[in-house]
Design a protein around this ligand. Sequence first.
Ligand code: NAD
Length: 324
Amino acid sequence: MNIAVTGGAGFIGSNLCDLLVKKNHNVLCIDNFHDYYSPEKKRQNIRELMQSKLFELCECDVKNAGQLTRVFKQGKVEAVAHLAAVPGVRQSIEKPLPYLNNNIVGTMNVLEAAKECKVKKFVFASSSSVYGDSKKIPFVETDKADSQLSPYAFTKRSGELLCRTYHNLYGLPVVCLRLFTVYGPRNRPDMAVGKFAEMIYREKPLPIYGSTSLERDYTFVADVTAAILAALNSDLGFEVINIGNSRPVPISRIVSLLEAGIGKKAKLENVGFQKGDAKATCADISKAKKLFGYSPSISIEEGIERFVGWYLKSRKTAGKRKWL
Ligand SMILES: NC(=O)c1ccc[n+]([C@@H]2O[C@H](COP(=O)([O-])OP(=O)(O)OC[C@H]3O[C@@H](n4cnc5c(N)ncnc54)[C@H](O)[C@@H]3O)[C@@H](O)[C@H]2O)c1
């Protein structure tokens, strides 16, 4: 299959491209190397992929509708995994406009290009943040999702609604996957696991937002990419599906696993609860299990061990340079 992966040089996107190439698909990676974090890290993510005949990079901004439709047509795109977005709850509160432009206008352009090419499957990377600060645990797809806590979360919910509109209007088959705190090799440096590892390694104070007992449903990146592939291969009309682990882990456990892996003690610094953050997340994953046999297989112990193995190698390459 000819599959376009938007945001294909990012953390989840590059892991997905690896998997798709391994499965013999032709991958058209679309990325503008946004500077939300180091574009150099993103180039590093796809360095090996660039050697593959099955992989093509197109440095294109999803805000550029004309170029997007042209490259989709040229690449005879049959399926789309739309992951391009500016992430980050906290920054979206400080500077909301780029989030609306990249994540909402961008999603609309990708849907338009997909419609023009009559693609057979469209997968949209949504987020657990659409549930807001829901107190009802676990989060189920049928729960209300109309009270987001940040512009970022709002853009993800808007993206889902746009997907639904394109399905209603043009019969575009779309699966929106609500991803729950993804972690693993190539982790985004601004997310807890990546940031904590670097602070522990450099023996710097590690910012704790509120309390170390706050829980998140961490999902290993290989479980997420397997779910995206399953959704690309599925025969569904329009669905919104949770992709998590259904086993929330407190921040204190993440810190102790990272300390053990890196071999240094963390210096915790409580910086207070942050606006926009949910107090706890936990996915009900029975729908994903039922629709395409989703079954996350990596425990937090194994996942953090695999992350630390990658982090220490990548840290060594960075030498004295800042890694974040
Ligand atoms: N990492 C998580 O825990 C998580 C959780 C829920 C949802 N998601 C979603 O999954 C997707 C991937 O997240 P990630 O963690 O890999 O982030 P990432 O920042 O590593 O990847 C996003 C990629 O999109 C690219 N991009 C951004 N704006 C673009 C534009 N206008 N045109 C083309 N490319 C653009 C970036 O350069 C980057 O490579 C995002 O849509 C994110 O919202 C991630």
